[in-house]
Design a protein around this ligand. Sequence first.
Ligand SMILES: [Zn+2]
Length: 74
Amino acid sequence: MKIDLRSIYRFHPIEGADGLPSGGDVYYECECGDIVSSVSFVKAACKCGNVAGGHGSVTTQSPEKVKPLRGKLR
Ligand SMILES: [Zn+2]
């Protein structure tokens, strides 16, 4: 089962980020279009497999294909 985070959060790109930041309100948008929390505690992955996380951290195979976003609850 998949939750569309866009229906819960309003996302804004993080400008001038040095590398990929992480935090409770930081999300990664992969080039495949999926959004994964940067500190996901549940097992989560984007559909192309570039971003995969769980247990509070996320690994990205190709960070250049990932855009960090800040999410605010709608
Ligand atoms: Zn992806």
